[in-house]
Write a protein that binds this ligand. Structure first.
Ligand SMILES: [Zn+2]
Length: 214
């Protein structure tokens, strides 16, 4: 079941960015010439990020959440351009999707900034997220709380991290990083593992989004 409001930004500049208070923007990190981390000798982070982003989109759409994908192909999109597209869309939640080989399971990141007043007339680009940090942490905490209610066979952790472009987003902004399920770094490329992560995250995000909109 498609929510009907889903769209893609990369490659098609004509696509209108949907406006909706319930919109979730999914940003498959890296792409094109920017390969991200080398997960194995042949596996690039940009490809795993896109795989997981697509699974997350499907799972969220199945729960009636309208999705906007910043890229749905192998496009190179500069970070500033990503942030500007997100800030134009004013989504309920922005989620950047990364993959790495450090540690195990899934990490949920919020920006590494000091909270500030959102009411300031002049918002510096580099710290635009500061006024929304409490909101981001609330959403991340809600997702963690929801995930805590389910039996997961992979660890989940939440922490601040200097992940760009979180600092430039003027709204609830998170990044997730998929790490191996066990010792094998190839497991980030495992369809069943990715699907398990996407399903758990989508259920938690859908609930946390409803809470955040209240
Ligand atoms: Zn990355």
């Amino acid at each position: 079941v498609s929510a009907g409001a889903s769209a893609t930004f990369a490659g098609t500049n004509e696509v209108a960015i949907p406006h909706s208070r319930s919109l979730v923007v999914i940003d498959a990190a890296h792409g094109g010439e920017e390969r991200g981390a080398a997960l194995t000798g042949t596996l690039a982070e940009k490809d795993v990020a896109l795989q997981l982003a697509r699974r997350l989109r499907t799972e969220l759409e199945n729960r009636g959440v309208p999705i906007f994908m910043l890229r749905d192909n192998d496009a190179t999109i500069p970070l500033d351009q990503r942030a500007m597209a997100v800030n134009t869309a004013h989504p309920a939640i922005y989620i950047a999707v990364h993959a790495g080989t450090l540690g195990r399971g899934v990490r949920l990141y919020t920006a590494m900034l000091s909270p500030a007043n959102a009411a300031s007339a002049f918002v510096p680009w580099e710290t635009a997220q500061a006024g929304y940090l409490e909101q981001s942490r609330r959403v991340a905490g809600g997702i963690m709380q929801e995930l805590g209610k389910t039996q997961l066979d992979f660890p989940i952790a939440m922490m601040p991290a200097p992940v760009r472009p979180l600092n430039n987003i003027t709204g609830a902004a998170l990044a997730i990083e998929l790490s191996p399920s066990g010792r094998d770094p190839e497991s980030v490329n495992n369809a069943a593992y990715q699907q398990k992560v996407a399903t758990a995250l989508a259920a938690a995000i859908a609930t946390a989004r409803t809470e955040a909109a209240r």
